[in-house]
Write a protein that binds this ligand. Sequence first.
Ligand code: G4P
Length: 577
Amino acid sequence: MGASYSGSAFRAAAAPTATAITAPGRGSSLTLTTFTEPVALTDAALADEIGRRRTFAIISHPDAGKTTLTEKLLLYGGAIRSAGSVKSRRSDRHATSDWLEMEQERGISITASVLHFDYQGFRINLLDTPGHQDFSEDTYRALTAADSAIMLLDNRKGVETQTRKLFSVCRKRRLPIHTFVNKCDRVGEDPLGLLDDVQVELGIDCFVSTWPVRRDGRLVGVYDRERAKIWLYSDMGDHGKSRPDATLVDLESDELEAVIGTESVERLAEEIDLLEIAGTEADYEAVARGEASPVCFGSALTNFGVDIFLERFLALAPPPTARESTDGVVEPAEHPFSGFVFKVQANMDPRHRDRVAFVRVCSGEFDEGAEAIVSRTGQKLRLAQPQEFMARERVHAESNAVAGDVVGLLDRGSLRVGDTVAVGRPVEYPGVPRFSPEHFAQIHIEDALRRKHLDRGLRHLAEEGTILLLFAPSITGPIPIVGAVGSLQFDVLLDRLEREYSVSARLERLPFHCARWVTGPDKAIDKIANAYGRRRVVDADGAALILFDNEWTLRRSMEQEEDLTFHDVQPRKAADA
Ligand code: G4P
C-alpha cells in the first residue's frame, strides 16, 4: 500500500499517471488516475497540513472580471499553463470553471465548482461562485464553506448590487475580506473616491495595500505600500496569457523616472503622501474580524498587480478556524473527521449518471472507509470514493483531504445541502442558508411516457437545490410544481431536463411569490390555504406548505392564525420523517 501524499508535492490538477479521455461533443475531459490509498497523518502533520489551507470565494457583480481573475490565479498556481483571453474562451474553449453547456452558451457561471491548487506552499481551495444574480443562493452556500473572501470591484463601477448582497453574507459570517479593484489598465474612478464609496456603502474600513502607478493614463505598475516601493511590470505582448516580469524599484530611482517620466513621479509622490495623511492605516486585526479590508489595485486582464495581491492575500487570509456545532466548538485539527454538505450536483459527467455531494471538511482528516453519521437522518454512511475537482475534471482523491478542503462524495441520494457528516459523534453544523423561492410554475410534458424521467430529473435537481419541488394534490394524482429563487433557474431547469433526462417540458407560471412551511392543526392550514391568493402544497417529504401571492397576504395569514407556525425552512420533524 503506497502513500500518495508527499508534503508539498500535491498535484495541481491531474496526477502524472493520469490518462485524459475527452467526452465526445462536450470538449470536457475526465481524468482517470491510478488509485493509491493515502496514509493517515500524524497529529503534527495534520496541523501543518490544515495550516497551509486557504479556502476562499470571490464575490463580485457579473462582469467585474471574476472569471478572468480566477484564470489568472490558476495560471500563477501552475494549474494551467497559459490563460486564454476571455473572448477566445467564450468562442472556442471554455473557462476551467464553467462546465454546464448553458453556462458556456450564456457566458455566465451558473453553478459553483471548486478549484484547488498549490501556490508557494499554500493549498488553495477556491470556491467558484456563480455570478448571475438568480444564482445567488448557490453563492451564499459556497460562502458558508469559505474561510475568507476576495471582493472584486470594477474600477469604473465600484460597489454594485450583487457585490452588496454577497458582502452582507460575508459580513454576517465575519469573513475576512480582501478587495481587488480590477480593470485598472483603463482609467476609472478616482481611487480614493472609490474607496470612500466602498466604506460608506458597505460600512467597512478600507486601507490601501497597493496603488496604481500610471504613465499617461496607462497602468505600468503598482506602489507597494508595505514595502514602500514600486513594482514595474513589462507588457509581455501576449494579452495577459503569461505572467509579466516585475521589477521592484524605489520612488527616487532612475529606473522609475525613465519609465514614467519626472512629472508622473512627482504626482505619484504626492499621491503617496496623501495616502499616508488621509488614507486609513493598516489594521490587520480588524481585517481578521471582517471589519477592515486591505485594497489592491490592478488588472486581471494584463496581470499587473495580481501577483502582489495574491501574496498579500495569502499572507493575511486565515487557515481554517474552529466552527460552532451542536456539540460545542470543533477545532479543525481535532479528530475525527466532520464536515457539511454545501452543494449537491447531479450529472457532472454526462456519461455517469451520478450525484456528487460537496463536503467542506471542518475537522480532522477524511477517513476513507470509516463509517460516518448523517446528522439529519441518523443514517450511517460509509466514507468511500472521495473525488477531487478541477472544475470539469474529476479525479479520485489521492491525497488526504483535511479541514479546509472540499471533498466530493458520490452519493445515491442520502445527502442534502446542509447535512453534517461526522465520524464517531453526532455533531451538527448550522447555517447553510436556504432561501424561500419567489417564482413558481406548474410543469407540463408533451409526452406522457416520459413522466418517469421527468420525476427523476425533478427529484435530482431538487436535491441539488436548483429548484424546490412541490406537489399540489389533485384527483388525477399530485401535480408537480417547481419553485425557484430566480427565474433564470427555470431556464436552467428546462435545459437540464432536456439535455440530461431527454424530457421536453414547458412551464406555466403560477401567480405566487412566496412560500412557507406550516405546522399546526390541519383544519387551520386548510382554512388559510383555501382563501384567495393562496394554495396548499406539499414538498417531496410530504411536509405542508402554503404558497402566497404576495408578502402582504403572507403577513396577514400569519397574524390571523395563531395556531399555526410559519417556517422559512423545512421544519426538522418533517425532514426527519
Ligand atoms: P465575470 O466572470 O465577473 O462576469 O467577468 P469576466 O472575467 O468574464 O470579464 C468580463 C469582461 O471584463 C470581459 O470582457 C473581460 O475581458 C473584461 N475584463 C476582465 N478583467 C479585466 C481587466 O483587468 N481589464 C479590462 N480592461 N477588462 C477586463 P469581454 O469578454 O470583452 O466581454 P464584454 O466586455 O464584451 O462583455
